[in-house]
Design a binder for this molecule. Structure first.
Ligand code: GCU
Length: 137
């Protein structure tokens, strides 16, 4: 599979700020979602080989309360992962969503669905279904 990472700090967002005060992030920082329902980050990704793709969200949640988000592909919700506590704001974990993506450009929007807002979001890594055995299922 061809794998590409997209940094949250370079993505579009409706609410939230780019910060770098908790170590362990990749790139230049992460997005600290505002603590409100509906805050969101939208990545525009490019897929080489259409088919089953994996979307790997890297995040930290230093609380013990889940920070669920709805994940929408081109405006359609495909999953609502929980983004459970990682133990510390400096401890980063991944949550993987599988989706069918055609070749070409797509938007991947991660929207907080509770008043606590989303986790701190570091990046999205997309693996497409091309060559080398395809994306994880
Ligand atoms: C703390 C933490 C932030 C985090 C926030 C939250 O303020 O330092 O990085 O985003 O909690 O609860 O979302």
């Amino acid at each position: 599979a061809a794998t590409t990472s997209y940094e949250a700090e370079n993505a579009a967002r409706t609410q939230g700020v780019v910060e770098s005060n908790h170590n362990g992030f990749t790139g230049s920082g992460f997005v600290n979602y505002d603590n409100v329902t509906g805050s969101s980050v939208t990545f525009t990704v490019n897929v080489g080989a259409g088919g089953n793709a994996s979307l790997v969200f890297r995040f930290a949640n230093g609380t013990t309360v889940n920070r669920p988000m709805s994940i929408a592909v081109d405006g359609t919700t495909v999953s609502t992962p929980q983004f459970a506590g990682t133990g510390a704001w400096t401890t980063w974990n991944t949550s993987t969503v599988n989706a069918t993506l055609s070749a070409g450009s797509h938007t991947i929007k991660a929207t907080a669905t509770t008043a606590n807002g989303g986790p701190n979001l570091d990046s999205l890594t997309v693996s497409d279904s091309g060559g080398g055995g395809g994306a994880p299922t």
